[in-house]
Write a protein that binds this ligand. Sequence first.
Ligand code: SF4
Length: 278
Amino acid sequence: MKVIIAERCGFCPGVTNAIKIAESTLEKNHTVFSLGEIIHNKDVVSRLAGKGLKTVKDIDEISDNSGTVLIRSHGATNEQIKKIRQKGLEIVDATCILVKRLQKIAKSMYDDGYTVVIIGDKGHPEVQAVVGQADGIIVVGNEGDILNLPRDKKLGIVCQTTQSPEHFARMLAEIVKNGFTELKVVDTLCNEAKKRQTCAVELCRQVDVMFVLGGLHSANTRKLAELCKKHNPNTFHLQNADELDIRIVFGKSLAGVTAGASTPKWVIDEFVERLLKL
Ligand code: SF4
């Protein structure tokens, strides 16, 4: 079997930076907590847990004055930051600069009197952190949510960094069709995520079978898999080589491989090695 790896895939600069910061903080501090899993990849999370990184879901799980809290690349809300400080904990901020930019834009739109609308996945931590930047920020995940937007307000629209440009454009078109009179739109999509999506779509069109590697909870990996599936129905979202079922590749001669922004290189290498042996 022949295998082609997407030109751009795997760790993005935001994730690489967050892991580097986590590792250097662990070298200096005895007790380091991550507010939520540092990235959506269980292999990386358990490797860092082995070095001492403790993952908590809520700040209340941490005792007062007991160490350092790492803010992951998805960011945290103002409320969470305030609570961490009140508990006498140190903060190490590994929020991706593009997520920080999105948060700042949302806040400044709010300060300018706009009702802020973020196009994204309601439950995603990056979106929740944006929602926590100011009062009344509304999340729209699909066309149906647009019907609930307030008609009498001027809307400031941003987008979760890892959404696809197609989804962003579709949602904007739908908002315009619904007749809101004043709209301010800022493109907050991440170029790295866009490039990964373009490369993945180009590749999946050329191959018999396409593999998208990454955590099942990773939004950008799911988005890649969703896009590839549209262009090649033989697309499979797997976490690692152990999930490769030989029956998937039966009768196929050319496979494509891409990976989400939170998938380490060794997961990709191991998977490709396994494929090449078939
Ligand atoms: S995908 Fe883009 S926005 Fe998200 S962490 Fe990576 S570089 Fe930052």
